[in-house]
Design a protein around this ligand. Structure first.
Ligand SMILES: Cc1cc2nc3c(=O)[nH]c(=O)nc-3n(C[C@H](O)[C@H](O)[C@H](O)COP(=O)(O)OP(=O)(O)OC[C@H]3O[C@@H](n4cnc5c(N)ncnc54)[C@H](O)[C@@H]3O)c2cc1C
Length: 410
């Protein structure tokens, strides 16, 4: 059996690892991406029931990966965002014409479709090797490269190993990098819903005492039905009960939360529960290794920003790697890895902190806190520069932008 060598070795071929492999592949780098799951399992109906709100910045990264044109028709633009404190009439309202010069705030796509297109996209590259499923026996670092020994006896090595293997990252454990983490004691129940009336590209988020309830506009179904996806946050202990409800009772619960504006609603995909936690790696780098995406950070989905944060990791990492490879320089030297870590740390910590505070502020019933958040919403809604700031953050345009985000290519 052949041992494999490349410029870059990516551990984990989830949404983030596959996107990075394609961005680097487009730039001509030799890449190996290794995942422990079979692609057919990863495309199964119950593997990932979520949708993703793709920000403008992430759409630029997907363009650079060559995958945007493959998913464009499956993406529904968000043109209007309404945020409500429970069912109170106080609304924070972002309209694209007033707050984003007519550009969509983002697009909603099913994770399952995105993953399928990412798999298809990788097949275009002779310079990208996708190993899945493979089992890693051990990691190693030697002079000039880091790598893995597979259970089948092969080794894969590269001057730079990238851990993109999710929240329980084996790469992170190998590097001995600790984490700060806590549970939100909440679960997000997700499903897709068909409804009678057009959503008119409006995304709605109700902050309820148990946690946020979001309705996100989707493309119509093949049968022409209007659809939205739902993120319904509940106390962790309640999630199992809700998931066991008979379909009509579950839909009755949904209908109560939707109200009447979209007419009758019914779920059209299997509801799935996701326990919510925050996790942040104490360090993003090790010898000839870096962590990215959920291997480095997991945040509350209250603002739909987890994968968007990872797409910004990809934009920065790809720029640093490709600039070095083009000059014949080693991509795995400590200075290059530190540049990545320093560039990404502030954005990540700000987003982790922002989503954490937002969740604490809104997911409770305390009267004193209700007054503060009412004031906050009122102030943001009335001051155009503040609204512009939040709109730009939601589009992934805060902070120093790497080339891919500015231009849609490296
Ligand atoms: C309810 C909910 C809603 C969300 N909504 C949004 C949203 O609207 N917008 C947004 O931007 N983000 C959102 N997110 C976040 C987003 O879904 C995640 O950030 C994203 O799916 C994580 O992708 P990843 O590639 O980092 O990790 P994963 O999907 O966990 O991928 C890791 C990969 O590594 C592989 N792997 C693991 N261990 C090993 C190993 N030892 N060896 C080899 N391979 C391994 C796994 O098989 C997997 O394929 C949401 C999250 C939740 C919970």
């Amino acid at each position: 059996m052949k041992d494999l060598r490349a410029d870059i070795l990516i551990i984990g071929g989830g949404l983030s690892g596959l996107t990075l492999a394609a961005v680097l592949g487009e730039a001509g780098a030799e890449v190996i991406v290794a995942d422990r799951e079979k692609p057919v399992t990863q495309l199964g109906e119950t593997y990932d029931g979520r949708t993703t709100a793709i920000s403008y910045a992430s759409h630029q990264v997907m363009k650079a990966a060559g995958v945007w044109e493959l998913i464009e028709t499956d993406c529904e633009p968000i043109l209007d965002i309404r945020v409500a404190d429970g069912n109170a009439p106080l609304f924070l309202h972002f309209a694209t014409d007033a707050d984003a010069n007519g550009a969509p705030f983002g697009w909603i796509i099913e994770n399952n479709i995105l993953r399928r297109r990412l798999f298809e996209n990788l097949k275009r590259f002779d310079n990208v090797t996708h190993l899945a499923p493979v089992e890693i026996a051990e990691f190693f670092n030697e002079t000039g490269h880091s790598g893995i020994v597979l259970k089948d006896g092969r080794t894969c090595a590269a001057p730079l190993l990238i851990g993109a293997d999710g929240r329980a990252s084996a790469a992170r454990k190998w590097l001995g990098i600790g984490v700060a983490e806590w549970s939100y004691k909440q679960s997000a129940i997700v499903c897709n819903v068909a409804h009678e009336h057009d959503h008119e590209n409006v995304a709605v988020e109700h902050f309820l005492p148990q946690g946020p309830f979001a309705i996100l506009p989707m493309t119509r179904s093949a049968a022409g039905e209007y659809r939205s996806s739902v993120v319904w946050t509940v106390e962790e202990s309640q999630a199992a009960k809700l998931l066991k409800l008979p379909a009509e009772k579950f839909d009755a619960g949904l209908q109560k939360l939707f109200g009447e504006h979209l007419g009758r609603v019914r779920h059209v995909s299997k509801p799935m529960g996701y326990p919510l936690r925050l996790l942040h790696a104490n360090n993003y780098t090790g010898p000839r290794a870096v962590l990215m995406a959920e291997a480095a950070h997991v945040i509350h989905p209250i603002a739909g920003q987890g994968l968007n944060l990872s797409m910004r990791d990809i934009a920065v990492l790809a720029e640093i790697i490709v600039d070095r490879l083009k000059l014949g320089l080693d991509p795995g030297v400590p200075a290059a890895l530190e540049t990545y870590a320093a560039w990404r740390r502030t954005d990540t910590l700000l987003m982790a902190g922002f989503t954490d505070v937002l969740n604490r502020l809104f997911s409770n019933n305390l009267k004193s806190v209700a007054v503060i958040r009412g004031l906050g919403i009122g102030i943001v809604d009335k001051i155009p520069p503040l609204k512009g700031f939040f709109a730009r953050q939601a589009m992934g345009l805060g902070g120093k932008s790497p080339r891919i985000i500015r231009n849609g290519r490296l």
